[in-house]
Write a protein that binds this ligand. Structure first.
Ligand SMILES: Nc1ncnc2c1ncn2[C@@H]1O[C@H](COP(=O)(O)OP(=O)(O)OP(=O)(O)O)[C@@H](O)[C@H]1O
Length: 259
């Protein structure tokens, strides 16, 4: 498939499919610091995240990628503008409601795996649900574990697993509660290229076979080309998007952005 680049229409919370987005940002601005030291990490960003698709966020260092991911995921609050998860405006929620929303409706994969060393892979995968007092759906968890290729490692503790396997346990944990969106911040950052590719294939399969919605920040054009759509940030703005990206097309565009 050929990569297509579309210039994003400012002020339009578009998704690639035109369907109701899984999440959306409207006029989202985040300013760190005050006075002369103020930095606008995001400046009036309006964008929709397609449901059941894999979106990558790319851009030069300091362009606002992590800030956008954290605001969409309710991990931080904007200076102005709104974020919706489905029909819920999350920016107006209090801290407690936001914590519950993150726990119940969002999955996270970070660069560090954050697994509990004394627990097995199986126990780590369902731990957040147990803490939340929810009963894991055994069929769903089995299909996640099968998709992630961990069925024969479930009894192992993290120290008995490779870095790539540990990250796949963390990915399975993110999906175990069947969240509306999985947010991944540089999930392959600590992995060698083979383990990184395994994780990305898992995320791709989770979208294709399980209907998951995934949003991933990455520096790596080879990682971004697993996505359906790449959003490009520069200086706190979404400046472009690319559909069906190839690594070469993403790399060329990143050069154009001056990375
Ligand atoms: N807590 C903070 N306090 C002050 N400035 C911040 C803070 N977090 C981010 N920034 C600034 O906001 C801007 C955007 O940061 P952000 O981490 O979102 O960029 P990024 O594109 O994810 O960068 P990188 O690729 O280097 O991780 C940068 O100029 C950064 O220095």
């Amino acid at each position: 498939m050929t990569s297509t680049i579309t210039t994003t229409v400012p002020g339009h919370p578009g998704t690639a499919t035109g369907a109701q987005p899984a999440a959306r940002a409207d006029h989202l601005t985040k300013v760190y610091g005050a006075g002369e030291a103020a930095v606008a990490a995001l400046d009036d960003v309006t964008v929709g995240i397609d449901r059941g698709r894999f979106t990558a966020i790319m851009g030069p260092s300091g362009s606002g990628k992590s800030t956008l991911l954290h605001l969409l995921a309710g991990l931080d609050r904007p200076s102005s503008g709104t974020v919706h998860l489905g029909d819920t405006e999350i920016t107006s929620l209090g801290d407690k409601a936001l914590t519950i929303l993150r726990r119940d409706r969002i999955g996270f994969i970070f660069q560090s795996f954050n697994l509990l060393p004394t627990m097995t892979a199986a126990e780590n995968i369902v731990l957040p649900m147990r803490i939340a007092g929810r009963r894991p759906d055994p069929h769903w968890v089995a299909s996640v574990v099968d998709t992630v290729g961990l069925t024969d490692r479930l009894g192992h503790r993290p120290a008995q697993l490779s870095g790539g396997q540990q990250q796949r346990v963390a990915a399975a944990r993110a999906l175990a509660s069947r969240p509306e969106i999985v947010f991944a911040d540089e999930p392959t950052g600590a992995l060698d290229s083979r383990s990184g590719a395994e994780l990305l294939r898992f995320l791709r399969t989770a979208v294709d076979d399980l209907g998951q919605t995934v949003v991933m920040v990455t520096h790596d054009p080879a990682a971004a080309c697993y996505a359906d759509r790449v959003l490009f940030l520069a200086d706190g703005h979404v400046v472009d998007e690319m559909h069906s990206p190839s690594a070469d097309a993403v790399l060329d565009y990143m050069k154009h952005l001056g990375d």
